[in-house]
Design a protein around this ligand. Structure first.
Ligand code: GLU
Length: 471
């Protein structure tokens, strides 16, 4: 991503880290230990296609191993490089620490444009990459557990899990070597939409604090707020769909790599996604105005701007034209360090990436636990829950002589299944983590924004882990 003269993604992460460190008093040298990646594995491997060979380059960066396994997705993109993977691995350590997912941080990348390959070829490439990583211990249920990221999804995770299982048939926990698998292959209900759900829960929590809402020159809740969404991929699609359908937010514009669509009365996101899937683009969506230059739409007036695509989307060059009151970072690193500085000075609030997009790794954590325990969440207790609820309804009816209204009766009688439990755990995580970071932000003058607060909270936890266990 061309960020002009701004800091690169990795340098921006380091600058934010240094700023947080400057407000803390850690033992000398400990910050150095926590800043850079512990190791980076680079691999070149060839795959043969009917007498023709192609060489691919991939990476897996491990940032911090204060907790094991290390966790983080694998990205398939023609633009991925080592520095990007390192920046993303660094963010993973802080993300996991912030939301109390007991993992260190890692990230993987494969330099490939997946749209140029058919399913068979992608499967062979993924399996080869997996065995290269597994050979060196960069995939392992107790050491290093990948997940989906940009360009990958449940399909790739199923191939990874299967390849690993073939290499280690004796490992009873082999399936826990990767998360984000299809539910039928050891995945968990709610993982596909987890990052989008987390964005929704994070925004809901932000809007529960009127003091914070006023910081962004707004009042009230999410209902009626005008939202611009950049990216209609897995994260952007689910986040905007949930915000529209369940919180009455108005999605006035959606931006994709090839253009944008605008409708001041709100776009119907489910229909827009169907249109994108059937035509290959969001453009020409009936009832909306199509705009060729999506980047201009990023600068349109709105309440909440949600960048849910790539890093480095808003730079110091474009930041002065941003009119949103609140920027909710659903992608990793969508603002350069310099753009963040500018927006803060203008009173535009930014909810930081490694808090807001932590829903994915959180639900990955639940999946990993499910795999290790070899049982679906709710399997033992769902019927007991249901029975208790039924008894309460019956008792109420007997004591009052009145019928419990049907809607209430069915709500009370329902036992929690896996999806209910996943949502409950994710909601709780997003609430508590935000409360923690806002407390740090509001109580300390030297903590200048929510991002610095998020770094302070995460660094404190990682530092404590290192100090307690002794390096
Ligand atoms: N790729 C996602 C992220 O950046 C998910 C990682 C995971 O589930 O381990 O947070």
């Amino acid at each position: 991503m061309d960020v002009g003269t701004d800091s690169s993604f990795l340098d921006g992460v380091y600058k934010s880290f240094d700023r947080a460190i400057a407000t803390m008093s850690l033992p000398p040298g400990l910050a150095d230990k926590m800043k850079q990646c512990n190791s980076v594995f680079m691999v070149r491997f060839a795959v043969g296609f009917r007498g023709r060979y192609e060489v691919f380059t991939g990476w897996r960066a491990v940032h911090s191993e204060h907790r094991l396994p290390v966790k983080g997705g694998i990205r398939y993109s023609p633009y991925v490089d080592q520095e990007e993977v390192e920046a993303l691995a660094t963010l993973m350590s802080f993300k996991c620490a912030l939301v109390d997912a007991p993992f260190g941080g890692a990230k993987g990348g494969l330099c490939i444009d997946p749209s140029k390959y058919d399913e068979d070829a992608l499967e062979r490439i993924t399996r080869k990459f997996t065995s290269e990583l597994a050979k060196k211990g960069y995939i392992n249920p107790s050491l290093n557990v990948p997940a989906p990221d940009m360009g990958t999804g449940p399909r790739e995770m199923a191939w990874i899990a299967d390849t690993y299982r073939h290499l280690h048939p004796e490992d009873i926990n082999a399936i826990a070597c990767v998360t984000g698998k299809p539910v039928t292959q050891g995945g968990i209900a709610g993982r596909v939409e987890a990052t989008g759900r987390g964005v929704q829960y994070g925004l809901r929590e932000y809007f529960r604090h009127p003091e914070d809402v006023r910081m962004a020159n707004m009042e009230g809740g999410l209902g009626g707020k005008r939202v611009i969404m950049q990216g209609l991929g897995n994260v952007g699609f689910h986040a905007s769909k949930f915000l529209q359908q369940e919180d009455d937010a108005k999605i006035v514009a959606v931006i994709e790599y090839d253009g944008a669509v605008i409708n001041e009365n709100g776009l119907n996101i489910a229909d827009l996604k169907e249109h994108q899937l059937s035509t290959g683009s969001i453009k020409e969506f009936p009832g909306a105005t199509s705009v060729a230059n999506g980047m201009e739409v990023l600068e349109m007036d709105c309440d909440i701007l949600i960048p849910a695509a790539l890093e480095g989307q808003i730079t110091s060059e474009s930041a002065p034209r941003i009119k949103a009151k609140l920027v909710a970072e659903a992608a990793n690193g969508p603002l350069t360090f310099e753009a963040q500085e500018y927006l803060r000075q203008q009173g535009i609030v930014v909810i930081p990436d490694f808090y807001l997009n932590a829903g994915g790794v959180m639900v990955s954590y639940f999946e990993w636990i499910k795999n290790l325990s070899h049982i679906r969440f709710g399997r033992m207790e769902q019927r007991i829950d249901e029975m208790r609820g039924t008894q309460i309804v019956e008792l109420l009816e007997e004591m009052t002589g009145k019928k419990v209204p049907e809607e209430w009766a069915s709500r009370l009688k329902r036992g929690a299944g896996e999806l209910d439990l996943v949502r409950s755990g994710l909601d709780d995580t997003m609430r508590k983590s935000y409360q923690h970071l806002r407390e740090v932000f509001h109580s300390r003058d030297d903590v200048v924004d929510l991002r610095t607060a998020a770094y302070v909270v995460s660094i404190e936890k990682i530092a404590l882990a290192y100090i307690e266990m002794g390096i």
